[in-house]
Structures are given as structure tokens and as C-alpha cells.
Design a protein around this ligand. Structure first.
Ligand code: ZN
Length: 639
């Protein structure tokens, strides 16, 4: 079974009339209701007057009983705020009676408190005990559990937090001194101590919350909602540590993907939620992808999109999905009817696929990342620690998913994708291990590998780096198939800072194959810019020097990259789609690679009459014809 959970806003249950309507909806939808959780508050600001919450807890005790009587298997409470999310309603809410979070720039949060403030902890302790007393089956701790982005972007620089760091480092810090130190290239140890402080501030509060709930009822299960590393690693992304501190059995990975206007965000979110499943304690067996519909308006997200997200959640290793889909209205459900219909239509298929998914793991190329990126990241002259470069992003490889390469959210994949300066976050042994397998990297990563003395393992060296006036032309290497001579012009100088977008490569020996060369706008050829090389470790490494993460959608470039991925994984890459179509595959296989499934997302807006999907299993390749696929549709191939 694939667990379908519903999050319910306060206006939906607070009055008897609204709750009667909600119960009627539940009654009509029991087959798609495995779990219900009720938000305890309507505001993302932490502080709500105790009398209001006491009244609400009493109401919730009644609502939870009513849901159980209706036959809903699991009923709990979603505590929306433990720290505060953002500034909200500062003119109509009472001000925080706690130490507010203080940003690195001295900014003062209006809605979020310092997790180390004893007054905040006392309030949070009281609040969790109060809601534990309503006898829920479980309590979620929502995703304000991060240090970053509480309107003040990089807290918390209050005197108490600075004092904690001072005690841990033996240096007496002021905000100004620490902010300045964090921006110094040689201050890696300070950055490490600060990120660890961020991890601990959250860990300590979670320990505290776990104790508060268990003091009331040790039988209440706890769950933690988290945000992914694709956003930032400033908070340390120590999801395993935090889950252990809380004593959690549930995890809800989340991220922003709010509507169809930017539909390809579905791929980014699937990847970043899948990543949050790494390092799970054994006790955590209930993992619910967050399906986000905020602010709950019918025309924002199609029922089809909800269904696609559910399928991608399954394909990325979750055991269920938390629908944040029912809106804030206390009246009707006109904004949600289409979503309910989509869930009814999908339920049986998802449950069947969840059975197939048992014992499988993600297959495809693994985009490398590190939870240590925030403190290991290096600072070049003129750079500030507060704003990583685009070459530090762990999300740009989704450009490869968009053209049909399967990505594995969890390591190890069939091969690895290494983005530019992510190299800085990996130690030499980790890099050697990646270079011993199949590795696809860019020209900036080549430079970073050279700085570490590992460049020779790519078979090429950096021969120059340009910012304008260049396209690339494919060579007659066999990996280019029939596309030798094709030109790709990404017009790199159009899109802002183009440093790193045209790195020239020089082969170090005859074994380095050249798949493309730079060429100026007047047809004059230049140096090599795409290479493939088998190194002394037996690793197969490809370097993409020209516009590696944008405008990869041409038929010829897609062919080159798919062929390159097959070559560097020694034809082990789990899936290849023949036709040049806008289809992203997600693959899960068992350990022996004898069975599993492929989920296909046609994120294009054309109908695809027939798509040929080649799946590579231990005993060879099988080809499957899929179609027709409607625009913005999915298909599943079980193998
Ligand atoms: Zn603080």
C-alpha cells in the first residue's frame, strides 16, 4: 500500500459546522484516506496566545475521536510552528515574547524565535504537551525546523547563539566579527563550527520536543518535516541526526513546487525530496513526500500534476505522500474536487506499484552532493560565503533528466554527475572513488580537480576559459552517431555571468576522445570542449566544457549525452529512450537488477504516439513500446 495522508487546515475543523462538512467529505472519500493530520494553527508565526491553543486542543481531542469513529486508520496533529517560518501578520498577531532570530546582517525576525532561547523552549514544551494531551496517534514537527530563511535569511546571531559558539570555539565572538570571519577564505574551521552550531540548535530543540511528547504519552509517534539540500546546506542537512534526536518514526521530505505555471519544478522537487531519504535511522519506516498545493486555488495545479507527483514520490523511494491540498476555506471544496478525483483514479495503480517497489533502489546517474557543502565550500577573491555560486548548485543536473537521462536521488547510482565546484565539498578519496567509476562533469569541475592534483584522471587539461562568442560543433566520434558536424549555439553571453561556460580542453594522451570543438560565430574552429577518457583506474570520465547545464534539448546534443552516459556506465545505465522526446524516466531496480519498474513523465506538450524504452537488466536489455502518451502525462513500465 502507498500511504495517502491528508493535512487539514484549522478553518476546516474549528467550528462544528465546518467539521460536519469535513466529516461528510471524509465519509465520501474513505478509500483514499489512510491518515489525517490537523494543523494546530493558521499562522506561520510561532507565538499564539495560550488560551486560543488550549481551546483548540480541546476541539482537536473531539475531532480526533470523531475521525477514529469514522474508520480513518491514523489520526494526528501537524504542529505547524516550533520556531516560526517567516514574518507574517506582524500587525495583527501579538509580538513574539521570545528572543527573535537575528540575521547575519542584524535583521530581526518578526515571526521566528531563537531555538536556544529558554523562554521559547518553555513555550514549545508547553505547546507539544498540550497537543499530546489531545491523544493523537502521531505528531508532526513541521519544516520550520531549519535555521535558514526565516525572513532574516541567515540567523541566528543573537547574543545567546554567539555565546554558544564562543564556548565551542574558545573565541569570543560578536556578530560583526563572526560575519566578517565567515567571509574569509581561510576560515574553514569557523564555518564548520558555525554550521555544526546550526545543526545542534535544531538537534537540541528536537530532543526537547521528543521528551515533552513522550512525557505525556510515550505511545505517540513523532515525525519530522524537512527541506532539501537543493535549497541550501546552511542548516547542515543532518536529517539522520535530527530524526534520532526527536525519536522519530516518520519523515516528510519537502520542497517548493506550487503550481503548473513552472511545471518542470516537479523534477527538481522529486530529486530533492528523494535525497532527504538518505541516512534514515532504521526506526523511520514511514516516509511521506510533501505534495504542496499552497495557496490552494483550483487553477494553480491540475489533478494530473498531483497524480504525477504521487507517482514520482513512489519512484523516488517514499512509502507515502502527504497531501497539503485541502485549502483554508471553512465552506466548500470547489478548489479541491479535481484533486480528489485524481487520487481516486490513481489509488489502485499506486498501491500495485508500491508492491513492485518493495526491495528496489534508485537506478540512474547520481548527481553528487554533500551535506558539508556549506562549510567546505571555498571562497575565491571577491566572493562572499552568504551567496554560493551557480557552480555549487546540486540541482542543475536536472537539465539532464529533462532530456531523458535517469537520475538516482540516492547514491550510488549507475554513474555520477559532478557539477563544477561541488568538488570542493568532497575529499580526495571520495573524488578518486567517483573517478574510478562512470563520471560526467563540467569544465569548472575539471579546474577544481586539477587544483586537487586529480585532473589527469579525466584525460584532459584546461586549455583556456572563455566567456563569449562561441558555439560548439560535434566531431565525427562514433559517440555522436549520425550527428557529426551538428552545431550547438547556446549563445552563452546572453544569460548573465558566463564564466565557466566555454572551457577549452586539451587531451593529455591519445586515449582522450574529443566529441565536440569550440567554434566562433564566423565558423572558425577552436579547441576541444567535450571529452571522454578511460583512466588508469578503469574509470570512464566525460568532461562537458561548453554550456554544460543549459540548452541541451537539441536532437543531436541529446543523442551525444545519452550515448556518452551509456559509454561511461559501460551500458549499465538503467534506461535509454530512443526517440528525441521530452520524457524523464525514473527507475527502481532490485539489488540483482532482475526486476523493477520505470516511471515515465512526458513533461512536453505534444502527444507522443510511440516511445521506445530500453531497460538494462542483469540478463540484458529489453525494449518496450509505450504510447500514445498525452501531453503532461505519465506511464509505467514494470520489468
Ligand atoms: Zn539565537
Amino acid at each position: 500500500m502507498f500511504k495517502l495522508a491528508w493535512r487539514i487546515a484549522v478553518p476546516r475543523y474549528e467550528t462544528d459546522a465546518a467539521f460536519d462538512r469535513l466529516l461528510a467529505l471524509f465519509h465520501a472519500n474513505l478509500p483514499i484516506l489512510d491518515e489525517v493530520c490537523f494543523f494546530e494553527t493558521v499562522t506561520h508565526q510561532l507565538y499564539v496566545e495560550p488560551a486560543i491553543l488550549e481551546r483548540r486542543a480541546a476541539i482537536l481531542a473531539d475531532r480526533i475521536t470523531a475521525c477514529r469513529e469514522l474508520g480513518i486508520p491514523s489520526v494526528g496533529i501537524n504542529v505547524l510552528t516550533s520556531i516560526g517560518h517567516i514574518d507574517e501578520a506582524w500587525d495583527t498577531n501579538p509580538p513574539l515574547p521570545f528572543q527573535p532570530m537575528i540575521g547575519h546582517d542584524g535583521g530581526v525576525a518578526k515571526g521566528s524565535g531563537c531555538p536556544n532561547d529558554p523562554a521559547l523552549r518553555q513555550y514549545v514544551d508547553w505547546k507539544y504537551r498540550l497537543f499530546a494531551g489531545a491523544k493523537p496517534d502521531f505528531i508532526w514537527v513541521d519544516d520550520d525546523f531549519r535555521i535558514h530563511h526565516h525572513t532574516v535569511p541567515f540567523p541566528c546571531f543573537c547574543d545567546r547563539c554567539l555565546g554558544l559558539l564562543s564556548a565551542e570555539t574558545g573565541v569570543r565572538w560578536t556578530r560583526e566579527a563572526l560575519v566578517n570571519a565567515l567571509d574569509q577564505p581561510e576560515a574553514g574551521a569557523t564555518r564548520r563550527a558555525w554550521v555544526e552550531r546550526n545543526v545542534r540548535s535544531l538537534e537540541d530543540l528536537l530532543t526537547h520536543i521528543g521528551r515533552s511528547v513522550r512525557a505525556v504519552d510515550p505511545g505517540i509517534e513523532l515525525g519530522l518535516m524537512t527541506a532539501g539540500p537543493g535549497w541550501t546546506t546552511y542548516s547542515g542537512v543532518q536529517i539522520g541526526r535530527w530524526l534520532r534526536a526527536l525519536g522519530a518514526t516518520k519523515l516528510r521530505p519537502g520542497g517548493g513546487f506550487y503550481g503548473d505555471a513552472a511545471r518542470l519544478g516537479i523534477i527538481d522537487k522529486a530529486l530533492d525530496c528523494g535525497r532527504q531519504l538518505e541516512d534514515l535511522p532504521e526506526a523511520v519506516t514511514d516516509t511521506q513526500y510533501e505534495m504542496e498545493n499552497f495557496p490552494y486555488q483550483r487553477l494553480a495545479k491540475a489533478g494530473a500534476t498531483l497524480a504525477h507527483e504521487t507517482l514520482l514520490a513512489l519512484a523516488n523511494g517514499h512509502t507515502g505522500i502527504a497531501y497539503n491540498a485541502l485549502g483554508m476555506s471553512d465552506l466548500g471544496f470547489e478548489d479541491e474536487e479535481h484533486l480528489l478525483a485524481a487520487i481516486h483514479a490513481g489509488r489502485v495503480g499506486w498501491d500495485e506499484l508500491a508492491n513492485v517497489a518493495r526491495g528496489t533502489h534508485a537506478a540512474g546517474l547520481w548527481p553528487a552532493w554533500s551535506r558539508d557543502l556549506a562549510w567546505k565550500r571555498e571562497l575565491e577573491p571577491g566572493e562572499t560565503w552568504w551567496h554560493p555560486s551557480a557552480w555549487h548548485s546540486s540541482m542543475v543536473p536536472t537539465a539532464l533528466a529533462e532530456i531523458g537521462l535517469p537520475l538516482a536521488a540516492q547514491a550510488p547510482g549507475d554513474g555520477t554527475i559532478l557539477v563544477g565546484r561541488m568538488v570542493e565539498a568532497l575529499d580526495d578519496d571520495e573524488l578518486r572513488a567517483l573517478l574510478s567509476g562512470g563520471l560526467l562533469c563540467d569544465g569548472v569541475a575539471l579546474g577544481a580537480l586539477e587544483a586537487r592534483g586529480l585532473g589527469h584522471l579525466t584525460g584532459v587539461r584546461t586549455a583556456g576559459s572563455y566567456t563569449n562568442g562561441l558555439a560548439e560543433r560535434l566531431t565525427d566520434d562514433t559517440l555522436n552517431g549520425s550527428f557529426a558536424g551538428e552545431l550547438r549555439d547556446a549563445r552563452i553571453e546572453f544569460w548573465g555571468d558566463s564564466r565557466g561556460q566555454a572551457v577549452a580542453l586539451e587531451p593529455l594522451d591519445d586515449g582522450a576522445r574529443v566529441l565536440a570543438r569550440l567554434e566562433d560565430y564566423f565558423g572558425r574552429p577552436g579547441e576541444a570542449c567535450v571529452s571522454a577518457y578511460e583512466n588508469e583506474y578503469g574509470g570512464r570520465v566525460a568532461v562537458m566544457g561548453y554550456a554544460p547545464w543549459m540548452f541541451l534539448r537539441s536532437v543531436s546534443k541529446r543523442w551525444q549525452l545519452l550515448s556518452l552516459a551509456d559509454w561511461l556506465t559501460r551500458d549499465r545505465l538503467a534506461v535509454r529512450i530512443d526517440e528525441p522526446v521530452s520524457v524523464t524516466p525514473w527507475v527502481r531496480l532490485d539489488a540483482e537488477r532482475r526486476r523493477g519498474f520505470v516511471v515515465l513523465l512526458n513533461h512536453g506538450l505534444d502527444v507522443l504516439e510511440s516511445v521506445t524504452v530500453r531497460v538494462r537488466l542483469a540478463d540484458g536489455e529489453t525494449a518496450h513500446r509505450v504510447g500514445p502518451m498525452a501531453a503532461w502525462s505519465t506511464a509505467v513500465v514494470v520489468v
